[in-house]
Design a protein. Structure first.
Length: 342
């Protein structure tokens, strides 16, 4: 779990500090301001600081453009096609296809990845009459600007000590890129439809998991990530429960909660940085913590029940998603134009 055979470099340690401090700052901000949908303000900094080792303008533009575009699309789709589920599903497939095609190119991975998660979650919650769609869109856009500001603040406060090497460029064949885009878009659309049909309003973690499994954009990658996501979920839930049990009735006191949250995220961040795989056990445990504390920690919410429900729903989502990913992968490999391999 903690990969003791690997040591952190000076840059690695600083990235861990940036992730833990930035996500804790986002968590504190949303709780102090009383903003709903706190998951946007906690998980988005984790996503940005975890996947982008050093903040830069290209990453900032991708994140902001992704959330602004999602807000426009959710507002238009909800108002125009809200009563037409088939037409809605077809258009959603096209929107997801655009984002997975951007991810497959590599240079716009953050734009596509953030857009997939934001669009799916926002469209799902916007379909419920109790949701204030304008408030949902506004908070998501606010979270993107806030997260970019936090990332730049962390870069200034905790800079790297030596220059980083840029990641190696990936040279993909057109048929592989078509395979990745179609696989991701098909699965993301099916996930959206299933969560709508079964009215799974309280399964945010499972919905996010069904999407995160698609980030490798191929069967072998999804299979490998599924195991890591399951481990990461269990670790994140156990950490959340430990904090809840330790604080008990004082769990709402931010002065006590924030240091423990920071420590938990810091432990997960060091695993994430050591894995060097983008999205693994450490990233899964971090995002689980972010969802538990950002979305479900409130005076009227039983986080112990929420934690147990997260484990069961996520494991179910992993099994179902892997089964369908394998079938779609085999189908796409039946055609030369969409074959994954050479």
């Amino acid at each position: 779990m903690f990969l003791p055979h690997m040591s952190l470099t000076a840059n690695d340690l600083r990235q861990c500090l940036r992730i833990a401090t930035g996500s804790t700052l986002g968590f504190a901000l949303c709780k102090v301001m009383g903003w709903d949908n706190g998951v946007f303000f906690v998980v988005t900094p984790m996503l940005l600081l975890g996947l982008v080792p050093v903040m830069n303008g290209h990453a900032a533009r991708q994140l902001i453009a992704s959330n602004v575009l999602c807000g426009i699309e959710v507002g238009l789709l909800g108002g125009i096609l809200g009563a037409h589920p088939i037409a809605m599903s077809l258009l959603v497939f096209v929107l997801f296809l655009h984002r997975f095609a951007s991810m497959s190119k590599g240079s716009l991975f953050l734009y596509g990845a953030n857009g997939v998660i934001s669009l799916s979650i926002m469209l799902h919650f916007a379909s419920y009459p109790s949701t204030d769609v304008n408030d949902l869109i506004t908070l998501n856009i606010m979270a993107s600007f806030t997260s970019v500001g936090i990332a730049y603040l962390m870069k200034w406060l905790i800079p790297d000590v030596e220059p980083r090497q840029p990641p190696p460029a990936q040279d993909k064949q057109p048929h592989r890129m078509r395979h990745e885009a179609l696989l991701g878009a098909t699965m993301a659309t099916m996930s959206f439809v299933v969560f709508q049909l079964f009215d799974l309003q309280d399964s945010l973690s499972a919905q996010a998991t069904s999407l995160l499994l698609l980030f490798p954009m191929h069967w072998n990658g999804a299979l490998g990530y599924a195991r890591k996501r399951a481990y990461g979920t269990i670790v994140g839930v156990c950490m959340g429960l430990a904090v809840q049990i330790l604080l008990y009735d004082w769990a709402e006191i931010l002065l006590l909660l924030l240091p423990l949250f920071w420590i938990c995220v810091m432990l997960c961040a060091q695993v994430h940085v050591k894995e060097r795989s983008g999205s693994g056990i450490g990233f899964g445990s971090m995002t689980t913590l972010g969802i538990l504390f950002g979305q479900y920690l409130s005076p009227n919410s039983d986080m112990v029940f929420s934690a147990m429900y997260r484990i069961s729903s996520i494991l179910g989502a992993i099994v179902a998603t892997l089964l369908v990913v394998y079938l779609v992968h085999r189908l796409l490999n039946s055609f030369a134009a969409t074959r994954f391999g050479v």
